[in-house]
Ligand binder design. Structure first.
Ligand SMILES: [Ca+2]
Ligand SMILES: [Ca+2]
Ligand SMILES: [Ca+2]
Length: 490
């Protein structure tokens, strides 16, 4: 089962010339390492969660997406920010930054991780008041070129208190933010805790990036002489997901699109929950799921298409038993239709020979790499009565060996007439004798040991060779078939 990686995403960006129509789809399915570069102290600490700095002095951490985005396209990005628990002694804050230079950028101190990075466009979430240029409150500003001094022209918008309702955001809580770029109006909107806080309109491609629209996006954070643990989580673009995946029939897949507020899936079949952010889907037929997603900023619909491949059929038949002590073996042969066949006991190929009591599991897979298993239990079982049959008898009336009857553990046992043990263990006996021309000369169906006195319709059967077949079962309802040749002598 393939799980959608915590930061795997497929996001869509609106083309500036086609508002409302998604024309640009980037598929970015991959591993964390393949998709994001972690710089400095940044570590992934959970699902969709990155600790950018630990709660210690003079640290920097950054997370950069390895693929550039084109600012000719609009984007709409959501994420949650955690600024730590130290207010008066907390620092320094985090940024969302666009820059064309590298995915290995970061530095500690008052620059929030991007001090001096030129060119760059920065949304700062500043939790430390640097004098003389910062305001008292934890604040948001839009800046460029790695310069966070609000007394310079590098501050493009703000600073403004980050939270509309509180001067402090180093409160041990996650705060949601949204950065929305409208490529048509060239407007950058910054929301905090669901409220629009800053809006900046400028041709940043021309005026910040000297005409180059292709930039990396990422998050940075720093500490200095003061500190805080700082975390970014659940960053994703919206409308952002069209997920394609494939399962084998009977399997399930978990789709993780967590990070927003509410989810409403349809259809409501073959899904563990229609309101979950990460339900398991287990369709039996190819199915397109739609999920209506909302957060405090917007609502949209994601699409998840799940293809279903058939599993191979495999059947080892019913459980079997044989008297392996007598050298018996049993065989199963699978049809030559699989891409792989594996036996739990190490057998190779399509045919397995059972020579002992064992439980064997066969695992087969088909061209879709879908697997199926079947189990067979092989038991060793021998005729509890150990019936044997003599190959000669002499019905000449001399009282010695005058009847043809099965022998038991010893021939003497039967010949002595002690056959009650065998009769009480038999549950069925069908015994037939044919002459050399295949004509039936004797038949009994009863639940006791058969005895042939050498007569056929009250006439003496002639000397010669006969063929007998015994089908019988014992108290455990195990069935046996035995047969053999018999010589009649007079
Ligand atoms: Ca500051
Ligand atoms: Ca500031
Ligand atoms: Ca504060």
């Amino acid at each position: 089962m393939f799980l959608i990686d915590s930061v795997s995403m497929i996001f869509s960006l609106q083309n500036r010339s086609t508002i409302g129509v998604v024309v640009f789809i980037m598929m970015l399915i991959g591993t964390v390492n393949a998709q994001y570069s972690l710089v400095g102290k940044a570590v992934q600490t959970g699902t969709k969660t990155y600790q950018l700095t630990p709660d210690s002095l003079w640290k920097e951490g950054s997370v950069w997406n390895n693929n550039k985005i084109d600012l000719n396209n609009s984007f709409d990005l959501y994420f949650d920010l955690y600024f730590g628990i130290h207010d008066a002694t907390g620092a320094d804050g985090m940024t969302f930054t666009l820059q064309p230079l590298s995915t290995n950028i970061g530095n500690a101190g008052l620059g929030l991780g991007v001090g001096g990075v030129t060119p760059s466009l920065i949304v700062e979430y500043d939790t430390y008041q640097n004098t003389p240029y910062d305001i008292v409150a934890d604040h948001i500003a839009i800046e460029k070129n790695g310069n966070v001094d609000h007394n310079t022209l590098n501050t493009l918008a703000g600073p403004i208190q980050a939270s509309a309702s509180s001067v402090n955001i180093e409160d041990g809580q996650f705060h949601t933010s949204r950065v929305k770029w409208n490529a048509t109006t060239k407007t950058l909107d910054v929301y905090f805790d669901c409220v629009l806080r800053l809006s900046y309109t400028n041709d940043v491609i021309a005026n910040v990036f000297a005409g180059n629209p292709n930039v990396y996006y990422g998050f940075t954070a720093s500490t200095g002489g003061s500190k805080n643990e700082q975390i970014i989580r659940d960053f994703h673009f919206v409308p952002y997901k069209k997920i394609f995946d494939t399962i084998c029939a009977g399997d399930s897949i978990q789709i993780d699109i967590s990070g927003d507020l509410t989810y409403n899936w349809s259809p409501d079949s073959n899904i563990t929950s229609t309101t979950s952010s990460k339900p398991f889907l287990f369709p039996t037929l190819p199915t397109q799921y739609l999920v209506d997603v909302t957060n405090c900023y917007a609502s949209w619909q994601d699409t998840i298409v799940v293809a279903v491949n058939a599993k191979p059929l495999v059947d080892l038949g019913p459980d079997v038993s044989a008297c392996f002590a007598e050298g018996k073996t049993l065989t199963d042969t699978l049809p030559n239709i699989y891409s792989s066949v594996q036996w739990s006991n190490g057998s190779k190929g399509l045919t397995i020979v059972y020579t002992k009591a064992e439980q064997v599991i066969v695992t087969v897979s088909n061209a879709f790499s879908c697997q199926s298993k079947d189990t067979i239990v092989v038991t060793a079982y021998c005729d509890s009565m150990s019936l044997c049959f003599p190959n000669v008898f002499t019905p000449n009336g001399d009282g010695i060996n005058d009847d043809f009857r099965p022998c038991g553990n010893t021939e003497e046992e039967i010949n002595s007439g002690n056959i009650s043990f065998y009769n009480t263990h038999l549950t069925f006996m069908h015994f037939v004798i044919y002459d050399r021309w295949g004509i039936k000369v004797f038949e009994e169906k009863k639940t006791e040991i058969p005895i042939w006195d050498g007569l056929v319709s009250n006439n003496l059967a002639s000397s010669g060779t006969y063929y007998w077949v015994a089908n019988y079962s014992d108290l455990t309802n195990k069935a046996f078939e035995k047969s053999g040749y018999l010589t009649l002598l007079r």
